[in-house]
Design a protein around this ligand. Structure first.
Ligand SMILES: [Zn+2]
Length: 152
């Protein structure tokens, strides 16, 4: 599976790529040197809008994202790398990029609001940042938006 690191201008793209299950590192603040070092160390493709970064630092393994609109960026990246957007959707933590684990409903009883506990059946857990994911509604909305992005 391809692994990515997004430059600091591509925060929304990074989150949407995580949503479809891609392994994408993203830092709000990271120096060019650090970004390139991480990419090399972890064999990651740099996603960037920064032509200077490419020219000056000779970042070899990179993809230049042309649009400044995150929906178009997402479509660009999915098309270029032939990603399958619905295959691994909702399998990764949006906050920290860690793969999510399914968690039995019983285990989240004291950790989510009572209404959520009563109405939701599926829960996932990030063991790195402890975030619990649920919301069928959010998932349906994300799928709808993703479909509309891909059809634009
Ligand atoms: Zn997390």
């Amino acid at each position: 599976m391809l692994r990515f690191i997004a430059d600091s201008m591509l925060g929304r793209l990074a989150i949407w790529m995580r949503l479809i299950g891609c392994d994408v590192l993203y830092y709000k603040k990271i120096s060019d040197d650090e970004l390139i070092k991480k990419a090399l160390e972890e064999n990651r493709i740099i996603l960037t809008r920064d032509t200077l970064l490419i020219k000056r630092r000779k970042a070899k393994n990179h993809f230049f994202v042309t649009s400044d609109n995150y929906e178009k960026q997402l479509k660009e990246v999915i098309g270029h790398f032939r990603l399958e957007p619905f295959k691994n959707i909702f399998t990764r933590c949006l906050l920290c990029n860690t793969p999510l684990e399914g968690i039995k409903k019983g285990f989240v009883k004291d950790k989510v609001p009572p209404y959520v506990y009563e109405t939701e059946e599926r829960f996932e857990f990030c063991h790195s940042c402890n975030k619990i994911y649920w919301s069928a509604t959010h998932r349906d909305n994300a799928v709808r938006q993703l479909k509309s992005i891909l059809n634009q």
